[in-house]
Design a protein around this ligand. Structure first.
Ligand SMILES: *[C@@H]1O[C@H](CO)[C@@H](O)[C@H](O)[C@H]1NC(C)=O
Ligand SMILES: *[C@@H]1O[C@H](CO)[C@@H](O)[C@H](O)[C@H]1NC(C)=O
Ligand SMILES: *[C@@H]1O[C@H](CO)[C@@H](O)[C@H](O)[C@H]1NC(C)=O
Ligand SMILES: *[C@@H]1O[C@H](CO)[C@@H](O)[C@H](O)[C@H]1NC(C)=O
Ligand SMILES: *[C@@H]1O[C@H](CO)[C@@H](O)[C@H](O)[C@H]1NC(C)=O
Ligand SMILES: *[C@@H]1O[C@H](CO)[C@@H](O)[C@H](O)[C@H]1NC(C)=O
Ligand SMILES: [Zn+2]
Length: 480
């Protein structure tokens, strides 16, 4: 593009932005009215089709994810939005392991190169059964130099168990889940353990981890009834480099120094089409973005479709870490919409101000966003509960850089409680989404009543904050 063309395009786009005031200023009820179930349903079928044409999934870096990006971009009105892609590279450690227990090779699900670093590791030591549920430091007495066999999926999480075994001097861990909950465990280990305990710290001991479940785990457990078993764990790590992108649509109108970011991840896991997780947020953003183009806004809205969430928040992390201080200071808040159509849903509001979350940068404003969503559910005659502020979704990198966050989350693999059934109906003791990260997370795996509510909650927040941030603490005090 020549400089003169560049200037022309700048002039044209500012002329269009200037045309915005002709549109009525956005209002929540008017924006919400434009969100309808038949459009959501049509988008679900299209997204399902993309997964089906591309080997059944839309994982980051795969053809299904590229088609998902094009599908999003083709629906965004470019007279109203600046649409851009932000590419980023990421690497995934591909581990191949073997485990030999007293001369036999029981199967297992996956392994980690090391808790400390992803490096090739061979560990030969006695494999010993951790008594009880492995939730107390005393369960690990005498484990120095041994490989700890820990039964998990019980009263405490992997994070604590791994921490206790490392503290006791164990040099390897076999984490056994009976019954099988492999996918949730992988997510738990990958996202929570590594990040929260800073296990990438090179000073930590080189501990190998093997994760096993079901009959494989049962077979090793039976061997351990005869005492410690001589065991070798061999872990080989190769790095796979790949790239993907985030997609952004930013309103041309509205104050570009007070930007509301609204985000959902557009990639899925390799195991299934990823329709509720998190196709639902992706779709709601498309529909809200289209509807918004009928109105003007006072504050700019940036819809963000994140890539690489399932690999560990790669897209949102990339975005927040490359922002300059000046750009960061223009972002008022981040609203996250991940899994907003769970079949056995609850209306969960993200408590961005959760005092239990480890100290982060000051993020004044999260309490106001939480209250905004609680008020939305109350004023529309619905119950709501506070969700856990889990570090496993795209709001987290924003918290890390001191930008306030909020959003809604209708539940993943966790079990619905009796109390939640009295508030929302559905089935107690059953996961919010039984198809979480599975092949059955497809076009059938959508509760449209929940989905409509989630999309309207998004529309309400976009309209409210797009219209005014008068009572919101912004600009923020400079980060310390
Ligand atoms: C639903 O929304 C779409 C897109 O905004 C619109 O074209 C369609 O006419 C609407 N359908 C109904 C039934 O309101
Ligand atoms: C993990 O262990 C370290 C010391 O080894 C401790 O400081 C930390 O609080 C522990 N974390 C958890 C979640 O138990
Ligand atoms: C290991 O396997 C051998 C052969 O099956 C068996 O005799 C031995 O008792 C086993 N060792 C332990 C510690 O169970
Ligand atoms: C680790 O093992 C893999 C597979 O055998 C090999 O390709 C890689 O080079 C090894 N890495 C190092 C650092 O030795
Ligand atoms: C745009 O937002 C910035 C940051 O809050 C503010 O300082 C500025 O006055 C706003 N501009 C207009 C025209 O409202
Ligand atoms: C809203 O905007 C969309 C896309 O720009 C357009 O297709 C639709 O007709 C508009 N709806 C109304 C009610 O104006
Ligand atoms: Zn997911």
């Amino acid at each position: 593009m020549k400089i003169s063309d560049l200037l022309l395009s700048v002039l044209v786009s500012s002329a269009l932005a200037a045309a915005d005031p002709a549109l009525p200023l956005v209002k929540s009820n008017q924006l919400r009215r434009l969100i309808n179930k038949s459009s959501l349903r049509a988008r679900v079928r299209e997204l399902h089709g993309i997964a089906m044409r591309n080997g059944g999934h839309r994982a980051a870096g795969s053809p299904g994810s590229v088609e998902t990006m094009e599908w999003i971009e083709n629906q965004i009105p470019t007279n109203y939005y600046n649409v851009e892609r932000q590419y980023f590279e990421f690497s995934i450690p591909i581990n191949s392991c073997s485990m030999t227990v007293n001369g036999t090779q029981p199967g297992f699900d996956f392994c980690f190169g090391s808790l400390g670093q992803h490096i090739n590791t061979t560990i030969t030591a006695p494999l010993a059964l951790v008594p009880n549920l492995g939730c107390e430091a005393s369960d690990y007495t005498g484990f120095a130099g041994k490989i700890a066999f820990i039964r998990s999926g019980s009263t405490c999480d992997h994070k604590l168990q791994f921490n206790l075994s490392v503290a006791a001097g164990a040099i390897g861990i076999v984490s056994a889940s009976i019954p099988d909950d492999t996918l949730n465990a992988r997510r738990d280990i990958d996202l929570n353990t590594r990040r929260d305990l800073s296990l990438d710290d090179p000073d930590l001991p080189n501990v190998g981890v093997v994760y096993t479940s079901g009959p494989n785990a049962q077979a090793v457990l039976e061997m351990l009834e005869n005492g410690d078993q001589p065991t070798t764990i061999d872990i080989q790590v190769e790095w796979e480099y790949t790239y993907t992108a985030n997609v952004f649509a930013t309103t041309k109108g509205g104050n570009q120094s007070s930007i509301i970011t609204v985000g959902a991840h557009m990639d899925g896991v390799k195991g299934g089409p990823g329709i509720n997780d998190n196709g639902s947020g992706t779709i709601a953003q498309i529909e809200v973005a289209k509807a918004l183009s009928n109105f003007s806004v006072k504050n700019a809205i940036r819809f963000c479709w994140w890539g690489g969430e399932e690999q560990g928040l790669r897209g949102s992390r990339h975005y927040t870490t490359q922002l300059s201080a000046a750009e960061k200071s223009k972002i008022v808040m981040n609203l996250n919409f991940d899994m907003i159509a769970s079949p056995n849903y609850r209306y969960g509001v993200l408590p961005g101000d959760d005092p239990l979350v480890p100290p982060r940068n000051p993020s004044t404003g999260s309490a106001e966003i939480k209250q905004h969503f609680l008020d939305f559910f109350a004023k529309t005659g619905r119950n709501a509960v506070l969700a856990d502020l889990v570090p496993s979704s795209d709001h987290w990198p924003f918290l890390d850089v001191g930008i306030p966050v909020g959003g809604i989350f209708m539940g993943a693999g966790g079990l619905k409680s009796e109390e939640e059934v009295t508030l929302f109906g559905g089935q107690a003791g059953v996961p919010y989404d039984s198809c979480y990260h599975k092949a059955c997370d497809d076009k059938q795996n959508v509760n449209y009543q929940a989905f409509m509510t989630g999309a309207k909650a998004m529309a309400d927040a976009v309209a409210t904050y797009g219209r005014s941030i008068k009572d919101f603490p912004f600009p923020r005090p400079a980060a310390v």
